[in-house]
Design a protein around this ligand. Structure first.
Ligand code: ADP
Length: 646
């Protein structure tokens, strides 16, 4: 319900009012202004309107006289609220001038946006002139149609846009801004913008607004609230005199964009990392391959030298030592190839005591504050194991024990032979047989039952960030399992920890006695086609074959091999074929030989494991596989199996 003053209490004021003196001049001036002029009382009721106002709005001054802003048909709801807010401020003693825009509604229903300058004339009582309102057209010759279009555009964008005056009171807000605040237009107009924001966000943005006012430069910043990120820009809006009259505050919720960017960055990093690992893998694989060929050449030559040497010869021990060094080198390539995921699982009968002693000595050198005690049983059978992998298991156990004994302590290593029934751990269904057991006991912190239960889980660690990966025991568990063994632990807080590693004992026939070298038989017969692109390897392997009694045809490439085979296939009993060669690789050569003679017998030689590529080539019909570097004895053994029986 609009409240009206009794008409009798409203003085008859109109522009112009023929009068004399200053009042006349004032009236004329107001009439001459290219602006709608309203005179309002302290309650915002219209007392007078100039003729331009009547012409532009289509109302007569008399139609609007005495009507409060909320009921004034020439004011939109927002404009009425805005005016009411200004008047209540003036009534509260906050006089002076105020500025902004005001949205008026014409008698024909069309709306027009006007610039507004209000002059407080008096603290204002009902019925007395309190405010002179001048409402010129918008700057820049903007027409009402243009203003409406601009407004429609502003309302259409999904970004919150506010216009605030120098005091931070909302002059305008677009539709998106209102929906973000969950308020209606009349609710926000004329109110401090920060009163609708959470206090911390409001205070921070107020600071930014003051900064824009002080520096006169626009500001762009990001802030966040309740997990949402906002990109906000505050732009100064200047009046005709170049003074900052208002601030445009434009704020966009960029949470999803930022999340998508972060995800893109993460994926790209991941990709980079994967590519890096791939590249390192390729590089490492290449180096390991060449290095292995080098070892093959050394091993072959040593084998040949040893062949003619009596074990009592003084050089015999030296050459045997070189062989051992070659073996260490081969272990190294195995690790590199393992990293390059070209795993060279070389399971051989292995004397566990030797490996334990060697690894413990290396560990003892690293951790001098730890006393290492070895109580190793003698006469143990070997275990079938990949030396490098088992060494990894030992190192993981030793390093953990070392970490648990930060201030020093004793690491006791024991080996023994046990039968399956003697293994006390109930968690496993133990396969029958004889096992070699290694126990690794420390005098460290020990573990609670909760920790103990989880230690073999991948990524379980109690160590500080950067210290532990939680992969040590998980990989030890995997390796021991893949060797057909078991791993378990006994521990209590403050009582240290003892890890038990059980590995199946190798069958007696597989047992090796490294010191006693069997001289390979030299009774080989027939022709062997040897294919290798490495001249050194080709030469030494050829010499080894010749030493074993074979006649050798040498081929330095796949193509050459195929050509020789085509010509001499009737004489060739076996082809010893390198797997990795440029141009025509082992697989291709194997196929070509089989096309010429489906009965062709091929023994594959490579530094790689039987996994992957080698397995594939082998499955194409090779009769066997020999891993580089090999010695005379192994070569003889493999040839024995691979050659046709005749
Ligand atoms: P990491 O060493 O990277 O933490 P591991 O898988 O090797 O990963 O070990 C997992 C956890 O098992 C360790 O964080 C530690 O809590 C516990 N642990 C392993 N060995 C011992 C030990 N000898 N004494 C006490 N706690 C141990």
């Amino acid at each position: 319900m609009q409240e009206r003053c009794p008409p009798s209490s409203i003085p008859e004021l109109a522009f112009p009012k023929p009068a004399c003196g200053q009042a006349d001049f004032f009236s004329r001036l107001v009439c001459a202004l290219p602006a709608i002029a309203w005179l309002l009382d302290g309650e915002g009721r219209l007392l007078a309107m100039n003729p331009l106002g009547e012409a532009e709005l289509g109302y007569r001054a008399a139609d609007l006289r005495g009507i409060e802003p909320a009921g004034n048909p020439a004011l939109t709801a927002g404009a009425a609220a805005r005016l009411a807010a200004e008047l209540s401020r003036i009534r509260g003693g906050g006089g002076g001038q105020f500025e902004g825009t005001l949205r008026l509604r014409r008698a024909d229903g069309r709306e027009t946006e006007r610039r507004m300058t209000g002059f407080a004339l008096d603290a204002g009582q009902a019925g007395h002139p309190a405010v002179l309102l001048l409402l010129p057209p918008l700057a820049g010759g903007e027409t009402a149609g243009e203003a409406a279009a601009a407004r429609a555009l502003l309302d259409a964008i999904e970004t919150a846009a506010f216009l605030i005056d120098r005091r931070g009171l909302v002059v305008e807000a677009n539709r998106h801004a209102l929906s973000c605040l969950g308020r209606t237009r009349p609710e926000v107009l004329g109110k401090p913008l920060i009163s609708f924001l959470p206090p911390e966000l409001g205070a921070a943005r107020r600071e930014k607004g003051l900064e824009v006012l002080a520096r006169g430069e626009p500001l762009r910043f990001e802030d966040s609230w309740e997990g949402r990120t906002f990109l906000t820009s505050i732009q100064p809006v200047r009046d005709a005199a170049g003074e900052i009259a208002q601030l445009a505050v434009i704020s966009r919720d960029v949470t999803e964009e930022r999340q998508a960017e972060a995800e893109r960055r993460r994926l790209s990093l991941q990709l980079q990392q994967a590519q890096k690992m791939e590249a390192i893998g390729t590089l490492a694989g290449g180096i390991a391959h060449d290095f292995n060929n080098l070892l093959m050449a050394i091993q072959g030559n040593v084998s040949l030298a040893l062949f003619d040497l009596d074990p009592s010869h003084p050089q015999h021990a030296l050459l045997t030592h070189i062989e051992r060094l070659v073996q260490s080198g081969a272990d190294l390539t195995s690790k590199i190839l393992g990293y390059a995921r070209k795993g060279r699982y070389q399971v051989r009968p292995l004397p566990l005591n030797e490996l334990v002693q060697e690894t413990a000595a290396a560990f003892g050198r690293m951790r001098k504050e730890i006393q290492v005690v070895c109580e190793l049983a003698s006469g143990l059978p070997p275990v079938n194991a990949d030396r490098a992998q088992l060494q990894q298991v030992l190192l993981n156990l030793f390093v953990n024990a070392g970490d648990a004994m930060a201030g020093g302590g004793t690491l006791t290593l024991r080996t023994a032979l046990v039968e399956a029934e003697e293994i006390p751990f109930q968690g496993y269904a133990i396969r029958p047989g004889t096992y070699v057991v290694l126990s690794v006991a420390d005098t460290g912190t020990g573990m609670t039952p909760e920790v103990r239960k989880r230690i073999f889980e991948p990524f379980f660690t109690t160590k500080k960030m950067g210290r532990g990966t939680g992969l040590g025991l998980a990989s030890a568990y995997g390796i021991v399992k893949s060797h057909g063994g078991y791993i378990d632990v006994v521990s209590a807080p403050g009582r240290g920890a003892t890890f038990y590693v059980y590995l199946p004992a190798a069958a007696a026939a597989q047992a090796v006695e490294p010191e006693r070298r069997k001289r390979p038989p030299a009774g080989g017969r027939g022709t062997i086609l040897l294919v290798d692109d490495e001249p050194e390897v080709l030469e030494v392997t050829a010499c080894m074959l010749e030493r074993l009694g074979y006649e050798v045809l040498r081929a330095g490439s796949g193509r050459e091999a195929v050509a020789i085979f085509r010509e001499r296939r009737a004489d060739i009993r076996l082809v010893v074929l390198d797997m990795i060669m440029p141009e025509m690789g082992g697989g291709e050569v194997c196929d070509a030989l089989k096309r010429i003679d489906p009965e062709a017998r091929v023994l594959l030689a490579t530094g790689y494991s039987l996994q992957g590529q080698a397995r594939e080539i082998l499955d194409r019909g090779c009769v066997g596989f020999i891993q580089k570097p090999f010695d005379l004895e192994e070569l003889a053994r493999k040839l024995e199996v691979a050659l046709p029986r005749c």
